[in-house]
Design a protein around this ligand. Structure first.
Ligand code: FAD
Length: 382
């Protein structure tokens, strides 16, 4: 029996400076992996939550602000050690159980218990700064300025030539609980270039902005406010191939309705993440079960509330916001399995033949559903 509990003794991730490979056990958090990587001159394409587990995030795909340069997290999995439903420990890689290796990179939570992953790290020089720091921070506006903010931001989001990515968040922080827009940009390159690029936004005169170069392992600290414990949290998301700014007026309406109906949900964040950069040297296209590599904008709705009576309203309003987001792509329903586990599997794995391939592998590796019954015929029939 292998425990994945965070309190279980586990070793610090072990980077190899020569190869850039980083081996880490399950239970290691994003912050811990980033610390270990940067101590060794490396960085990893991980997500924006310091508290998310690296292994589950990577197994589900792993959206990262660095994806346009070095692929999503799962593209950087080199090998995995996995305990099968039969209780055997197997190594899965490009040369060992190759079909399972395809599945583990995007649909990795269904087939066994991954005890360890080896990921490909990248040199900190990827950040494009002389001192290996990254330009980031926050720019805050009152929600009433949505139209102006979107007018300034839209061309920046649609510019595919510049190495930047970011988060746009509606939230209502204490003490006033007034709705604000928080923009958290990341820029790979000198601060002077970053400031010139984001000038149209900064020139609007925000309520406040804190933009600076920070060490790579501190780049996610601005998201810590949404990583706290307590209360109920729901995460729902949807992927978009286009960006239509008008949609966000509707989603702000949803957010305001949520605040009115459920005052206990003020810590909620209705957000989108963008990563439009298309470098000349694109990362190697890997054949994996994660099929959303062409999605450039993700709507990410993190509902955070304390009163169980709010469950129904939180769910209803979240779904309405997701539907509005989807309307920009003609209702196309694509989502990411690390956020939305209660949607039809076709939305998670839409590619032709992908679900059939995953179901066949499930039958081979976990026919009795020791590790979730999803992908087994009886579950889908239920
Ligand atoms: C504030 C916030 C920001 C986020 N930002 C991002 C982001 O930028 N990019 C991104 O990709 N994701 C992001 N996420 C989502 C994140 O990917 C998921 O939460 C993911 O499931 C990480 O897992 P966890 O730490 O929540 O782990 P858990 O809840 O422990 O695990 C999630 C699931 O993974 C499976 N699992 C766990 N461990 C193993 C294992 N060892 N072997 C096999 N299966 C296992 C289990 O089925 C479990 O239900 C964010 C989440 C939050 C809360």
């Amino acid at each position: 029996m292998v425990s994945t509990c965070r309190n279980t003794a586990r070793t610090r991730p072990s980077p190899d400076k020569e190869t850039g490979q980083i081996t880490l056990q399950t239970g290691v958090l994003t912050k811990e992996a980033n610390d270990a990587a940067s101590d060794n001159g490396l960085c990893l394409p991980l997500g924006s939550a310091n508290t998310a587990g690296v292994v589950p995030m990577a197994l589900g795909g792993g959206l990262s602000g660095f994806a346009s340069i070095c692929g999503c997290t799962s593209d950087n999995i080199l090998s995995a050690r996995l305990v099968t439903a039969a209780g055997e420990l197997v190594v899965v890689s490009e040369t060992s159980h190759t079909d399972l290796f395809w599945a583990l990179r995007g649909a990795g939570q269904f087939f066994g218990l991954v005890t360890e992953l080896t990921l490909q790290g990248h040199p900190l020089s990827m950040l494009g700064t002389a001192d290996s720091t990254i330009w980031t921070g926050s720019i805050v506006f009152p929600a009433s300025r949505l139209e102006e903010v979107m007018s300034a931001l839209e061309p920046l989001i649609k510019d595919t030539t510049v190495p930047t990515a970011g988060l746009f968040i509606f939230t209502a922080p204490p003490p006033t609980f007034e709705t604000v827009i928080m923009v958290l940009p990341f820029y790979l390159g000198p601060a002077s270039d970053a400031e010139a690029f984001y000038k149209p936004l900064i020139d609007l005169g925000p309520l406040g902005s804190e933009l600076e170069n920070v060490p790579y392992n501190r780049m996610n600290d601005g998201v810590d406010a949404f990583c706290g414990k307590g209360g109920f949290k729901r995460f729902a998301g949807a992927g978009g191939t286009t960006f239509k700014r008008e949609i966000w007026k509707d989603i702000l309406e949803c957010f305001e309705e949520l605040k009115t109906k459920c005052p206990d949900a003020a810590a909620t964040a209705y957000a989108f993440e963008w990563d439009s950069y298309e470098p000349k040297d694109k990362p190697i296209a890997r054949d994996t079960a994660f099929e959303h590599k062409d999605i450039r904008v993700w709507a990410e709705l993190l509902s955070w509330y304390t009163d169980p009576k709010s469950h129904a309203d939180v769910f209803r309003i979240e779904q309405e916001a997701i539907e509005r987001f989807r309307s920009q792509d003609g209702g196309k329903a694509v989502t990411y399995q690390n956020w939305s586990r209660d949607v039809p599997l076709e939305q998670l794995y839409p590619g032709p033949g992908t679900l059939d391939r995953l179901r066949a592998l499930k039958k081979e590796w976990d026919p009795k559903g020791v590790f979730t019954k999803l992908l087994l015929p009886e579950t889908e029939a239920a």
